[in-house]
Every structure is written in structure tokens, then in C-alpha cells.
Design a protein around this ligand. Structure first.
Ligand code: 26W
Length: 834
């Protein structure tokens, strides 16, 4: 460098504009138009007259971004200056839904933008419809993470959401002959206006290799000599709070090959091999695993988990904390919340950073680590608890495996001190399982390391303490707590249901959006005929709106006067979509066999939304059956106008936002003791659907709050389920004893929905009759009785609407704002920074 050229750090800005903080464009229609046109011209490179809708959508998104930018930059700068604690939410999934509407709402720009675009001759709804939602999650767990970061921003809590920027999110579902086919979700295809790459803040993440010990001034230390590495490039997304001017960050990592990767590892001079090597590295963030609940033990998935967690920890320690930060004070500045076991490899990673890299003593590092993590469990299914084979983990992360062994040794010593040399107990509690293969039990590691362990509904937390983690709960009762899930009222009421929102605001004022308990005020109107009428009119309008959405995408409709009965959730045996189908088949059979006069039947539209994991054969049979039943029922003139089955493909957040406000009946029919919480149940109740449900997950709390009169309870309780197992469950007994059940099953088995082919649904039928792990047959009778109560209740529209209003009024507890307050009080101990 020539002598007189100043280095970058010596250049100091002198221009006044360079010294001023970033300013948002003026919050006026003119200001918006100007900025929009600028973005169209300078970012998209088109004139208004030559732009297509996608250009316009991108320019609109860019404009909304510009308005939020000043606050975002400010909040990011503040993050390292402030002394307060940051919540680092570690989640492999964020099921965000569309961004445009939410960000317009948060920034109070909805009206301005609508008018500004109208003045440019553009209908904003046309652009809204173009946005492809980032489907970076499977279901409840991913959507919960999205609700939580929305609430944390709205409550001004310093938060960074950390995750993975999958190039392909959850697959697109299509149906061919009633069967699911999966298509790749290329959500980035048309550009991604909501995220900002920061290659300068990339982290190098290592894998493989070996460990070695060395002498460090008389102290023996260990270091990891990895074999290959990959760059983690952060992409930042804005997480605006609602009307509070705060913008938090969601930082999603993308895997990019390093040069070192092909030079060192595939050191060959073979160009083709080195490009192939790049592809190998970049595969890490290529695709979201579409499995929910059954972990596959796939190496790439462990790579994903370590990749994003290691990058996040390094990012926080190196970039967010100020230089020279005293790491013994780490617990005062951060809590890493583990969203299920997927990020648990972060525990040995933080130990490695503190001990191997920062030279800390083991015990000191462990004390810090235990304060910095907390663990949320989202399941009760034993097969859903992640384990990694020692083989695989040791090959991919040899140093981490050593650390896990050492954590386990110390832990088992503690167990012996507490409970004596009970070898059975030691084997049961060990972080290392021996059968069917040597493996690391990630839930146990999380429980040992975490400052707190929580379930996601009262019943779930109780069952964790009593069953899944009972020995740990005995050892550390104070570690265990509950935080019942919640959902964001901004997206799932204010945005999804604008007409009900207007009615509520006119009745109670606007405060409910951030203080959902205020909905209680609606109780006083449940008996007010005028309010009821308006409420009913909103529901009817929402049904018509949904009908238009379905007509446009599938050519199907919902008829006026139909009870809309919805079951929207991942397809899983424990959730019992089969029970729902048996009900439909039975209702159909009752009419066509003349046992019930058709004119006595309450018209109903059954609506399903569900994706099955691509490798889950039984779930795919169930999808096929739903579609097959729908095809027959919808074509049969004998039930026309009475029964209809709709199964729009590719259920996602966007479709949920149309379905939920229209629903009358919410199906929450899992076998008691299997659904950790559920969150769709909350969204539906909040939008005035009545629940038909078992005493499972958060249904228990919904029923307690809305009252037995406004909830259709059926089925065995969890203790009754246990008792039936203990006594020996024989599903065929129920088949023989219940005529309605027998007729429904026989109809399917006889090929009534498969063109006479008895083989098509044979696997499903024999599974029900001879296995039925989730006891659909045992609960069938009780379910049908409850459905009869539903029909009777719906016939009295006045009473039904009253119940629906009470459901809304009493659902305030299920705001994710409340859930965040509970996490803050019971687990995080962080405070707002305004
Ligand atoms: C492939 C491994 C795997 C295992 C479990 C992937 C994803 C999971 C998740 C834990 C599945 C999930 O979404 N669980 C749901 O979490 C919601 C939020 O707490 C709860 O409301 C649901 O009851 C629970 O099923």
C-alpha cells in the first residue's frame, strides 16, 4: 500500500449526512409513493409502466423494509452497548408465514401503503398474494418459535432468534389420485426481500478429524484438529414489534463452502472434485428435514444442528458481546433457549469454547454453561426423543463426544452420591444409552445441562415429571416447570380476522392486541342480541371469504348454512385423523343406508389440512383414505347439500390464516397423553370455533377456561388410557361391540371408497383392528356421541354463537405474550429494554 494512502480505519467521515443517524422515509402517502418508485427504479431496475407484479412486490417489500430500517440499526447497535440480558432462541425451525402484511401492521403502514399503491394504479392485494411464505418449519414447534419472537419484539425484550436459512423449506404438497406427492419448495426463486446477507460476519464451522492433548505451560489441554470446515453466513431478518418501534433480529445461517475446504480437504488440483466438495459443504443448509416427531439419525441432520448452533454461539460471543467481555459473567448477558433437543449439541460446544478456546477450568465452565441454557421439551412420544449414535457423533464431532462423556461421568457420580449404587438407575439415567446401540440421549443431556426444563402445557409438564424424565425430576424437582404455549394475536386474530378485530376494537377499544386478557370484556356481550348478530355475520363473511379462496385455488366451495368442521395439523397417527374419517364414513353410512333421514342431518363441511412426512407410510395411507372418502361423498347425490369433504393440498400458514377465522368446530382429538400442547387449538378457540376434543395437551386448559358448556369433551382421560393398556387393549373388541363402528370399518374394508378394491386400505384397516396404537376404536363411541351433541348445539344458533363469543372472550390466556412473560419470570429473568 502506498505510504500516503490512509487505511480504511483512518478514514473518518466528515460529510454531515454520514454522521447523521439513518432516517425513515416520511410516514405519509407521498413519502411512501416516492420511496416505492425509487425502489422500483433503482433496486428492481424497471419503470412503473414496464414493471410486472413481482417487481412491484419486491419494491413494496423494500419500501416497508426502509421504514423499519432506522429502528433496526438502532436496536442492533444497542444490543452490544446494553448491559441487559439477551434471549437467544435456538431453533432449527421458524415457520414464519408471509412477512409483508405483518410488517406493514407492525409499522402502522397498512393504510398508507394501500393508498400509496392505489395512487400508483396498483391493488395491494394483488401483490400480497405473490409472497411465497418462508416455510422453514414442519408444524407446531416451528410456528411456536415464530410466535415467540413476535411477542418478544412486541414486549421490547432484547432477543436474537437463531436458526437455519434452508434453501428449500417444507415441501409443497400436491395430490395425485388422492395420494400425496412432494415437490421442492423453492421459496427463494423470486428473490428474498426480507433478509440481508452478511458475509463479513461469517463464521467458520468445523467438522470431523481428531483431538489431541498438548502442554500449555504445565497444564494439559485438549484441542480439536478438525478435518473439514464450512462457512456459516448469517442472513438477518427483521422482527418488528407491534406498534412499539422495536425491531429485533432473526439470524438464519446459510452454509457456504470455504476455500480452505477444497484446498485442504480435497487437496488434489482436481477442479471437478473441488466443485463437488463445495456442493457437499453447501448441502448443510439445503433442505429442511420434513420429519416431525420421528428423528431419522441422519448425519446431515446432525451437521445442520451443529452448524447453526456453533455459528450462533460464536456469533454471540464474538460479535454481540463487547470486545474483552469477561466470560465468567456470561449468564448475566445471555440465555440460550433450546427449542426441543435439536440445538442441544450447543451444550458441549459452549464447553469446548470456554475450556479449549478460552482456557477456562472445567468446573468454572460447567457452572457457566448450566446457567446459560434452558430446555423446552415438545413431545411425549418416546420415539420422538432424539438420540445420536456414539459412532456418528464421534466421527463428526470427536471433541464434543469427549466432552459429553465427561459431563456424563460427573453427572453419574452425582447420581451415585444422591441415590447410592443403584446400577439400574444409573443405566436408566445415563446420558449414554446402550440399547439398541450406544447413543447419546439428547433430552437427558439437555436436562442435565439446563437451568430449567419445561413442558408446553400443564398436563404435558406433569407427564414429563411423572414419566419421561421422572428420575431427573426426583433429583432436581426445582428444575422442572411448565410454560403453556401461546400464539400471537397479531397474526392470528388482528391480521387473519380483520372483521372480528374491528368488531372487538369497536366494542372494547384497541388495547387487546397487546393485552389479550382484555377480551374478557366480551363476556358482557355474549347475551347481547345485537352483538351476537354482528359476531355471527363476521363468521359467515369469513366462511364466504374462505370459500372464495378455495374456489380460486381448487374450484371447491363451502355452502351457506354448513357447519364448518376443521382438522388442520400435521398428519400423524397420534393426532387421529383416522377417527375423524371414521366419523365421516359413519355419518355418510347413516344417510345412505336410510338409518337417518337426510333432512334431519345438520349440513357439514369437513375440512382437512395436513402434510405427512414423506417416509411415513401409514400417514400417507390416511391421506389417501381422506381423499377417497371425499371423492365418494362429494359425488353422491344422496348426501348432496348435507355432507362435504374438503382437503385442500399444501396446508401452510397462509392457508391457515384463511381457514381459522371461518371455522365453527375445532377438532383436537389426539389420544390423551400424546399431544404435548397443540397451538392450532388455541388459534381456533381465539377465533370463535368451539372445540371437540380429548383431555390432552392444552385442550385441558382451554376447557377449564372456556367452560364445559362451551367445549365438547370426549374420550378417555390419560389415566384411563394407561389403565386400558395395562388391562390389555384389543381393538377388535370395540369393532364387534359397536355397530356404527363396525359398519364404518366394513364399508372401507369392502372397497366402498376404492372402486371395490379391498386391498387399497387393507394395511390401514388391519392396523386399526389388530394394533391401533392410538386407540381410535376405543374412543370412537364417545366421539360419535360428542358429535351428536355438536349437531344439537349447532341447531340452536343463538346458543352456539353465545358459546363462540365466550370462547373468544376467554382465550386471552393463550397469547404468546403471556407465554413470554412466563418464560421471563420462571426461566430467563430478562427484562425489557426500551
Ligand atoms: C425429526 C425430529 C423432530 C422431532 C420432533 C422434529 C420435530 C419435532 C417437533 C418437536 C414436533 C413438533 O412440532 N411438536 C409440537 O410442538 C408444539 C409446540 O410446542 C406442540 O404444540 C405440539 O403438541 C407438538 O406436537
Amino acid at each position: 500500500m502506498p505510504e500516503n494512502t490512509p487505511s480504511a480505519s483512518e478514514l473518518r467521515p466528515t460529510h454531515p449526512l454520514a454522521l447523521a443517524p439513518v432516517a425513515a422515509p416520511p410516514a405519509s402517502v407521498d413519502g411512501f409513493v416516492r420511496r416505492f418508485l425509487q425502489n422500483l427504479n433503482f433496486d428492481q431496475g424497471v419503470a412503473l409502466s414496464t414493471s410486472d407484479d413481482n417487481d412491484r412486490y419486491l419494491a413494496l417489500a423494500g419500501t416497508v423494509r426502509d421504514y423499519l430500517m432506522a429502528r433496526w440499526l438502532d436496536d442492533q447497535a444497542q444490543q452490544s452497548r446494553q448491559q441487559s440480558k439477551t434471549v437467544c432462541y435456538l431453533s432449527a425451525e421458524y415457520l414464519l408465514g408471509r412477512q409483508l402484511d405483518n410488517n406493514l401492521l407492525a409499522a402502522r403502514l397498512t393504510e398508507i401503503a394501500t393508498e400509496a399503491l392505489a395512487q400508483c394504479g396498483i391493488d395491494i392485494d394483488d401483490l400480497r398474494a405473490l409472497e411465497i411464505e418462508p416455510g422453514l418449519g414442519n408444524g407446531g414447534l416451528g410456528r411456536l418459535a415464530a410466535c415467540f419472537i413476535d411477542s418478544l419484539a412486541t414486549m421490547s425484550i432484547p432477543t436474537i432468534g437463531y436458526g437455519i436459512r434452508y434453501e428449500y423449506g417444507i415441501f409443497r404438497q400436491a395430490f395425485a389420485d388422492g395420494q400425496q406427492v412432494e415437490q421442492p419448495d423453492a421459496w427463494l426463486r423470486l428473490g428474498s426481500p426480507w433478509d440481508f446477507p452478511h458475509p463479513e460476519a461469517a463464521q467458520t464451522i468445523s467438522f470431523g478429524g481428531r483431538t489431541e492433548t498438548y502442554d500449555d505451560d504445565g497444564v494439559e489441554r485438549t484441542r480439536w484438529v478438525p478435518e473439514w470446515n464450512v462457512l456459516a453466513v448469517p442472513y438477518n431478518m427483521m422482527v418488528p414489534g407491534y406498534h412499539n418501534g422495536r425491531v429485533n433480529t432473526l439470524r438464519l445461517w446459510r452454509a457456504v463452502a470455504t476455500n480452505a475446504f477444497d484446498l485442504h480437504t480435497f487437496n488434489s488440483g482436481d477442479y471437478v472434485a473441488s466443485v463437488r466438495a463445495q456442493t457437499f459443504a453447501e448441502n448443510i443448509s439445503k433442505v429442511l428435514y420434513p420429519e416431525d416427531s420421528t428423528p431419522q439419525g441422519k448425519e446431515l441432520r446432525l451437521q445442520q444442528q451443529y452448524f447453526f448452533v456453533a455459528a450462533s454461539i460464536a456469533d454471540f460471543v464474538e460479535h454481540v458481546l463487547p470486545d474483552g467481555f469477561d466470560l465468567t459473567k456470561l449468564p448475566e448477558r445471555v440465555i440460550f433457549q433450546l427449542n426441543d433437543t435439536h440445538p442441544v449439541i450447543g451444550v458441549p460446544e459452549l464447553m469446548r469454547v470456554l475450556v479449549d478456546e478460552k482456557g477456562m477450568e472445567w468446573d468454572a465452565a460447567w457452572a457457566i454453561t448450566q446457567k446459560c441454557f434452558a430446555y423446552t421439551c415438545h413431545t411425549l412420544l418416546p420415539e420422538a426423543l432424539e438420540v445420536w449414535s456414539v459412532d456418528l457423533l464421534g466421527r463428526l464431532l470427536p471433541r464434543h463426544l469427549e466432552i459429553i462423556y465427561r459431563i456424563n461421568d460427573a453427572f453419574l457420580l452425582e447420581v451415585r452420591e444422591r441415590f447410592g449404587d443403584d446400577e439400574m438407575l444409573i443405566r436408566d439415567m445415563s446420558i449414554i444409552g446402550e440399547h439398541p446401540f450406544r447413543s447419546v440421549r439428547m433430552a437427558y443431556l439437555a436436562t442435565v445441562a439446563g437451568s430449567k426444563v419445561n413442558g408446553v402445557a400443564e398436563l404435558h409438564s406433569q407427564l414429563l415429571r411423572d414419566n419421561v424424565l421422572k428420575d431427573f425430576a426426583r433429583m432436581w424437582p426445582e428444575k422442572f416447570t411448565n410454560v403453556t404455549n401461546g400464539v400471537t394475536p397479531r397474526r392470528f386474530l388482528r391480521l387473519a380476522n380483520p372483521e372480528l378485530s374491528t368488531l372487538i376494537t369497536e366494542t372494547l377499544g384497541a388495547g387487546w392486541t397487546v393485552d389479550l386478557e382484555r377480551l374478557r370484556g366480551l363476556e358482557a356481550y355474549a347475551d347481547d342480541p345485537e352483538f351476537r348478530e354482528r359476531f355471527a355475520a363476521v363468521k359467515a363473511a369469513n366462511k364466504r371469504r374462505l370459500s372464495r379462496v378455495l374456489a380460486a385455488r381448487d374450484g371447491t366451495t363451502i355452502d351457506d348454512g354448513h357447519l364448518l368442521d376443521v382438522m388442520i395439523k400435521r398428519l400423524h397417527e397420534y393426532k387421529r385423523q383416522t377417527l375423524k374419517v371414521l366419523h365421516i364414513v359413519s355419518a355418510y353410512d347413516e344417510i345412505v343406508s336410510g338409518r337417518v333421514p337426510v333432512e334431519k342431518v345438520q349440513p357439514r363441511t369437513f375440512l382437512f389440512g395436513a402434510k405427512a412426512a414423506p417416509g411415513y407410510a401409514m400417514a400417507k395411507h390416511i391421506i389417501h383414505l381422506i381423499n377417497a372418502v371425499g371423492e365418494v361423498v362429494n359425488a353422491d347425490p344422496r348426501v348432496e347439500g348435507r355432507l362435504k369433504v374438503l382437503y385442500p393440498s399444501n396446508y401452510n400458514v397462509t392457508l391457515a390464516e384463511s381457514i381459522i377465522p371461518a371455522a365453527d368446530l375445532s377438532e383436537q382429538i389426539s389420544l390423551a397423553g400424546k399431544e404435548a400442547s397443540g397451538t392450532g387449538n388455541m388459534k381456533l378457540a381465539l377465533n370463535g370455533a368451539l372445540t371437540i376434543g380429548t383431555d390432552d395437551g392444552a385442550n385441558v386448559e382451554i376447557r377449564q377456561l372456556v367452560g364445559d358448556d362451551n367445549f365438547f369433551l370426549f374420550g378417555m382421560s390419560e389415566p384411563e388410557v394407561e389403565a386400558l393398556w395395562a388391562e390389555g387393549y384389543r381393538p377388535a373388541d370395540f369393532y364387534h361391540e359397536d355397530e356404527r363402528l363396525r359398519r364404518a370399518i366394513d364399508l372401507i374394508a369392502a372397497g366402498a371408497f376404492s372402486g371395490g378394491d379391498r386391498s387399497v386400505f387393507e394395511p390401514l384397516i388391519s392396523n386399526l383392528l389388530y394394533d391401533d396404537r392410538f386407540m381410535a376404536l376405543a374412543d370412537f363411541g364417545s366421539y360419535l356421541d360428542a358429535q351428536e351433541r355438536v349437531d344439537a348445539a349447532y341447531a340452536d344458533q343463538d346458543a352456539w354463537v353465545r358459546s363462540a363469543i365466550l370462547n373468544v372472550a376467554r382465550s386471552g390466556f393463550f397469547s404468546s405474550d403471556r407465554a413470554m412473560r412466563d418464560y421471563l419470570d420462571r426461566i430467563w429473568h430478562a427484562t425489557p429494554v426500551h
